[in-house]
Design a protein around this ligand. Structure first.
Ligand code: CU
Ligand code: CU
Length: 454
């Protein structure tokens, strides 16, 4: 199954952040977002202070993520690791992402896309404005030591399965033991709208709960023989096979058992090494631009930019990831770029992969297969990968420069002949071909040399 990758928000590119924000705003605008707030408000006993705390929120944020992906298939839910990004000035709170702390007078968030003044973020409950009060009710967030303390408990939960039990991973992570800690403390530290049961009003709720879900996934991996509990005898909705609300009331059976395996739900975390490739490679491709200082070349004004046909609404894992098709939009780019070409996706986006310098084994894909991650499968599309290979950038640039010089010379000779009326018809075709080749190589060169900082 295709495993979409949930990443640490601190590692998102600016483009990924803006896509996420745009999708959240779209869900708010179409009314879907507020149904999540309402569902959470109705789910105190069903979703908190008991074993189902983790399964319930796993289902809840997964549904939210799927709704985001219905808006923009490339979005995945990022997580907020508050053991690291634990400051009011962490990049999480930039005005280009979630916006910052509330103003002193009333806690209203006045920066970023969720500020009341944007007109895009009026709360349907506990409103009208999103509020934050960083550190007002608790001076600091939980630490890695706190996380370890919960992670080191091999028991999922213990009777009587409530907020008062002092053992068990669930109640420690939820944050009632010696609390507020961990989950609860992050709600308290952010404050404002994150306090009451309408806390999904703050989009950081979903990044926070994504992190809680990741910690549960980490715990499940750490203790593979530790089972969910209870199977029976717990509060209604909290036993392994109990159908959880509000979904049961809508005729949908979601049980703790049905969400224990997060991979079966279609996602993984970026520390698991099993994420499937992203499509950022394609999004990042610049349009072709031509320099004015190339004396021998004349470019048509209507020269097409390359456009990519993303035919992958549902993402597939490596072995059934056939090809990505791309096409130009009609002007013809010569033999180097057929109208429709097939580009094999050269790699994966796991952290290990990005740093790999040779062949890597693709985790979970095609048993025993390896892939050379920096194979230059076509012009243009391979360069972003080549940049990760030490020395490849300079070598590729030198090759392209040589190719450009050779093409330029060949073009100049033919243009001169053309002006003197000495060019045969088929040679005119050749000239066009050479010019197209030059443009293609030039674009490749510019992409290579312009993308180094990215
Ligand atoms: Cu909750
Ligand atoms: Cu919560």
């Amino acid at each position: 199954m295709a495993l979409r990758c949930r990443k640490n928000q601190a590692t998102l590119t600016a483009a990924e952040k803006s896509r996420f924000v745009a999708a959240v705003l779209a869900l708010k605008a179409n009314g879907t977002y507020d149904t999540y707030v309402a569902d959470h408000m109705g789910a105190m006993a069903d979703a908190h202070r008991g074993p189902a705390f983790l399964p319930w929120h796993r289902e809840f944020v997964r549904r939210f993520e799927l709704d985001l992906q219905a808006i923009d298939p490339k979005v995945t839910l990022p997580y907020w690791d508050w053991t690291v990004d634990n400051s009011p000035t962490s990049s999480l709170w930039d005005s280009s992402f979630l916006g910052g702390n509330g103003r002193p007078s009333d806690g209203w968030v006045t920066t970023g896309p969720f500020a009341f003044s944007t007109g895009n973020w009026t709360l349907a409950s506990d409103g009208p404005a999103l509020r934050r009060r960083f550190g007002m009710s608790a001076p600091s967030l939980s630490t890695q030591n706190d996380v370890n303390w919960a992670m080191n408990d091999p028991t999922y939960d213990v009777a009587p399965w409530n907020m008062f039990v002092v053992d068990g991973f669930r109640n420690k992570l939820e944050g009632w033991v010696n609390g507020p800690l961990l989950h609860n403390l992050a709600h308290v530290w952010v404050g404002g709208s994150m306090g009451p049961m309408s806390s999904p009003n703050d989009p950081v709720f979903f990044l926070h709960h994504c992190f809680i879900d990741k910690l549960w996934a980490d715990w499940q991996r750490k203790w593979p023989t530790s089972a969910y509990a209870p199977i029976s005898g717990g509060p209604a909705g909290h036993n392994l096979g109990d159908a959880m609300q509000p979904w049961l009331g809508r005729g949908q059976t979601v049980t703790p058992a049905s969400v224990l395996d997060h991979h079966a739900l279609g996602y993984a975390y970026d520390n698991e090494g099993v994420c499937q490739p992203t499509l950022k490679f394609i999004d990042d491709l610049p349009t072709l631009k031509f320099r004015d200082d190339i004396p021998t070349l004349k470019f048509r004004d209507d020269f097409p930019t390359l456009k990519f046909v993303d035919d992958l609404p549902t993402l597939k894992f490596r072995d059934d990831f056939p090809t990505i098709k791309f096409s130009d939009d009609g002007g013809g780019l010569g033999t180097r770029n057929k109208a429709v070409d097939d580009v094999k996706l050269p790699g994966f986006d796991t952290p290990d992969f990005a740093k790999a310098q040779g062949d890597v084994t693709l985790p979970g894909a095609g048993v025993g297969r390896t892939a050379a991650p920096f194979v230059l499968s076509t012009p243009h599309h391979s360069m972003a990968w080549a940049q990760d290979q030490p020395g490849a950038l300079q070598a590729a640039a030198a090759n392209l420069e040589l190719e450009l010089r050779q093409l330029s010379q060949a073009i100049a000779e033919r243009e001169q002949a053309l002006q003197q009326g000495q060019l045969m018809p088929q040679e005119e075709e050749q000239l066009k071909q050479l010019q197209a080749d030059y443009q293609a190589v030039l674009a490749e060169y510019q992409q290579l040399c312009g993308g180094r900082t990215g």
